[in-house]
Design a protein around this ligand. Structure first.
Ligand code: PGA
Length: 254
């Protein structure tokens, strides 16, 4: 069964006291997830992973995540954080391949593949981001581009491993721009991604993988996007920093 998920990506925002305040404002609303069989994941900066995790309700539907990890197990990589360390801190999810990491930190499909392997080896579920830029969309090359990302970073996995991946389709032109993909554009790409998984692994695998949409999801557009048949929720940046916006978003999970 595909899970419905609203994932927050706080990126490099908030001080510790602001983060604490935000979680405390959202906390009372997590109750509602129980009735919906939906999940919330909150991806926070490294230093506050365990502190924020400790503030989440003892509710099995709300999880903490890291926003990145290094692709090598351990060693002389000053400033980096290993999957093994995250596993030892009981972090269940890590975002990999976010377009900001690809753009500003030169992460390639190969490096992202290595991160995925090392996370799975440490029993952490990767949230794998993919998506095209505006030039690829305008030249109608988005499907081929996303398929290459899937092929080069994910499709080496076996059937058991790939079921542990959450995919987030995030068109770069929609991230932080206020320009959301239309519900038709989101559905079309999500269907293409699911079909690509089906072609490789079969229908029983494709129907188990949650595919989230990311890119300017807000309280007022979440419902129409989440209602698309192949959209299983969202990965939310800016709007996840505002308690009332994020609560409306996870309430929109159906
Ligand atoms: P946004 O970011 O919601 O601010 O567009 C989404 C993301 O980068 O995950």
């Amino acid at each position: 069964m595909r899970k419905k998920i609203a994932a927050a990506n706080w990126k490099m925002n908030l001080t510790f006291s602001q983060a604490t305040q935000l979680i405390n404002e959202i906390n009372p609303f997590f109750e509602e997830l129980n009735n919906k069989q939906a999940n919330v994941i909150i991806a926070v900066p490294f230093p506050i992973l365990n502190q924020i995790q400790a503030l989440l309700p003892p509710n099995k539907n709300v999880f903490i995540a890291a926003q990145n990890c290094h692709h090598i197990l351990s060693g002389a990589y000053t400033g980096e954080v290993s999957a093994a360390l995250l596993a030892s801190l009981s972090i269940p999810f890590v975002i990999v391949g976010h377009s900001e990491r690809r753009q500003y930190f030169n992460e390639t499909n190969t490096i992202i593949k290595e991160k995925i392997d090392i996370l799975l080896a440490n029993n952490i579920q990767p949230i794998f981001c993919c998506g095209e830029n505006i030039a690829l969309r305008e030249s109608n090359n988005q499907n081929q581009f996303v398929l290459t990302q899937l092929n080069e970073s994910l499709f080496h996995l076996d059937e058991v491993q790939i079921k542990n991946i959450i995919i987030a389709y995030e068109p770069i032109w929609a991230i932080g721009t206020g320009k959301t993909a239309s519900k038709e554009q989101a559905q079309e790409m999500h269907h293409f991604i699911r079909q690509s998984i089906e072609n490789k692994y079969g229908n029983h695998v494709a129907n188990e993988i949650s595919i989230l949409y990311g890119g300017s999801v807000k309280g007022n557009n979440a419902t129409e996007i989440f209602n698309q048949p192949d959209v299983d929720g969202g990965l939310v940046g800016g709007a996840s920093l505002l308690a009332n916006e994020f609560v409306s978003i996870f309430k929109a999970l159906n």
